[in-house]
Design a protein around this ligand. Structure first.
Ligand SMILES: Cc1cc2nc3c(=O)[nH]c(=O)nc-3n(C[C@H](O)[C@H](O)[C@H](O)COP(=O)(O)OP(=O)(O)OC[C@H]3O[C@@H](n4cnc5c(N)ncnc54)[C@H](O)[C@@H]3O)c2cc1C
Length: 498
């Protein structure tokens, strides 16, 4: 082995870079091995909300959050599922934030964004927080290594002028902190496909770098932060993950699960393999999909022209409603001229109305009957659905699906109920998208990868979507994917450090 380190981190999302920063800060020689040319994966695309309850960030903002209330909230959602790992997460959440904020490069601030369920322990206006924007002169040329936002990345554009924001700020800040340790190497274009066992423990990896196979040795441990397998159509089909590899939000060319497969070849156990963090996605002209949330108008119908859920549900819950019935993929968001004929929702990336109408991903007509005919949806049903919806709006209550009742519904749109009545009418095709799979390697309270007998595979750790999520089949609140990844990254580093 020629490339020798204390710690190898595979991938460069929020969990991976948190592990790398904490390892290097503990004086450990660390290498980040990232498959693509850019750092950050889906984490860079994200809003970078971090669900890390009970930390100093919420305290600074005077938010009524605590470890105790977060425990109540998670327990009400998850029951006994993963109780031990949940406790480990809750104990670590405030610590990982305190540890990261010791570095002046890492700063976070609370922003209102409600938790996704009206359950005991919920914090009014939410408990998640985000990284502060990162001024360009602070990060300098390192910004070129950070993956741009999803709209710019898919269009082949770099960062806009101005500070790095959201996921780019998180990845940029972690990268800056890592760089300042002087103890870490970052290797891009390193596709890890093999884990090497040495002396009864995982002691390194093999990666294809620039067409050449290289070995990297890890004296203390290998942390997999390599995302899920959402970009792997065959693996999705094998494990029965609804949706499609083309509709996932993970950057093209990433997250095919190769590192998960390598661990399985060494005997690692897996769980939740049919799971993902779901969302509705506006179908894009190129066959991809776009993360859609925050509905401000319109009504969603299935292929039969019928409503089936509260359209303002948190996106994972709406995605699960879509997945429950094949007639719901595609669905249609039917909206009127009220929003200047623009999509009454946040859609990342958006695409223009002209592009969508030309591609047929949106259909527009002067009457609902004509719209239904062009969509090949039963016209009488669509008309009846919209008439019923408008009557509920006029009465001021969605007694069918409760849209507008919850704090989350009104966060994006207040009032949450507006009639669909002004021609022209537009239907945007919705498919089932996801932010990544959330099943993967089974891990314990320290992020150690377990074998089929529940024993740790010495030297091997997994965080983020490479591991089976402790949140099971639930998406508790904004920032759960990234928050849990960061907390277990800390526990992994504490476990492997001498
Ligand atoms: C628009 C958008 C907004 C979102 N907002 C939020 C939010 O606010 N808060 C939140 O918590 N979540 C959010 N999410 C979800 C969240 O971004 C992801 O679930 C999370 O970032 C996944 O983190 P990860 O580290 O597991 O994977 P990723 O961030 O995708 O990182 C995995 C990295 O590993 C690399 N890799 C994969 N395989 C290999 C290999 N074999 N060898 C080497 N490298 C490899 C990939 O190239 C990639 O860079 C959002 C997602 C999207 C798309």
């Amino acid at each position: 082995m020629t490339n020798e380190y204390d710690v190898l981190v595979v991938g460069s999302g929020a969990g991976a870079l948190t592990a790398a920063v904490l390892a290097a800060r503990a004086g450990l020689r660390t290498a980040v091995l990232e498959k693509s040319a850019l750092l950050g994966g889906t984490s860079a695309y994200s809003g970078a909300a971090c669900w890390l309850p009970g930390s100093q960030v919420q305290q600074r903002a005077g938010v009524a959050d605590s470890t105790e209330s977060a425990r109540t909230y998670l327990t009400s959602l998850l029951g006994d599922h993963e109780a031990e790992r949940r406790e480990a997460f809750l104990a670590t959440a405030p610590r990982v934030v305190a540890a990261l904020e010791e570095d002046p490069a890492l700063r976070f601030e609370w922003r209102p964004f409600p938790d996704y369920f009206d359950r005991p322990g919920r914090v009014p206006r939410g408990r998640s927080f985000v990284p502060c924007d990162l001024p360009r002169d602070e990060i300098g040329r390192l910004a070129d290594l950070v993956r741009p936002s999803v709209d710019r990345d898919r269009a082949g554009l770099g960062h806009p002028d101005g500070p790095l924001t959201q996921g780019r700020a998180l990845v940029g800040r972690l990268l800056l902190a890592l760089h300042r340790t002087g103890l870490a190497d970052v290797v891009t274009g390193a596709d890890v496909d093999t884990l090497v066992r040495a002396g009864g423990r995982v002691g390194g990896v093999e990666a294809v770098v620039g067409g050449e196979r290289r070995r990297y040795a890890a004296r203390l441990g290998v942390v997999l932060g390599s995302g899920g397998f959402e970009r792997n159509a065959a693996a999705r089909a094998r494990h029965g993950v609804p949706g499609a590899a083309d509709w996932t939000m993970a950057p093209a060319g990433t997250n095919t699960g190769a590192a998960i497969d390598a661990a399985v070849r060494l005997g690692a156990a897996t769980g939740l393999l049919d799971e993902a963090w779901w969302c509705p996605g506006v179908a894009m002209p190129d066959g991809s999909a776009s993360f859609t949330l925050g509905l401000r108008g319109g009504v969603v119908v299935d292929g039969r022209g019928r409503r089936y859920a509260n359209e303002s549900l948190p996106y994972d819950q709406f995605g699960r409603q879509m997945a429950a019935d094949p007639a719901r993929v595609p669905s249609y968001l039917v909206f009127d001229a009220r929003s200047d004929a623009r999509l009454p929702a946040i859609s990342l990336p958006g695409g223009t109305a002209e592009e969508h109408l030309a591609a047929g991903t949106w259909v527009r007509a002067d009457s609902l009957r004509e719209l239904a005919d062009r969509l090949e949806v039963p016209a009488d049903d669509l008309l009846a659905t919209v008439a019923r919806f408008n009557a509920l709006v006029a009465a001021g209550e969605d007694v069918d699906f409760g849209r507008g009742r919850d704090e989350y519904d009104r966060y994006f749109a207040d009032p949450a109920l507006l009639p669909v009545e002004r021609p022209p009418f537009t239907a945007a095709r919705l498919v089932l998208s996801d932010l990544g799979t959330k099943g993967g390697l089974l891990t314990d309270t320290e992020g150690r990868v377990l074998d089929e007998e529940g024993r740790p595979l010495a030297g091997l750790y997994a965080v983020g979507n490479a591991s089976a999520s402790l949140t099971g089949r639930v998406y508790p609140g904004p920032g759960a994917p990234i928050g849990t990844a960061m907390a277990f990254a800390m526990r992994a580093v504490e476990d492997l450090a001498p």
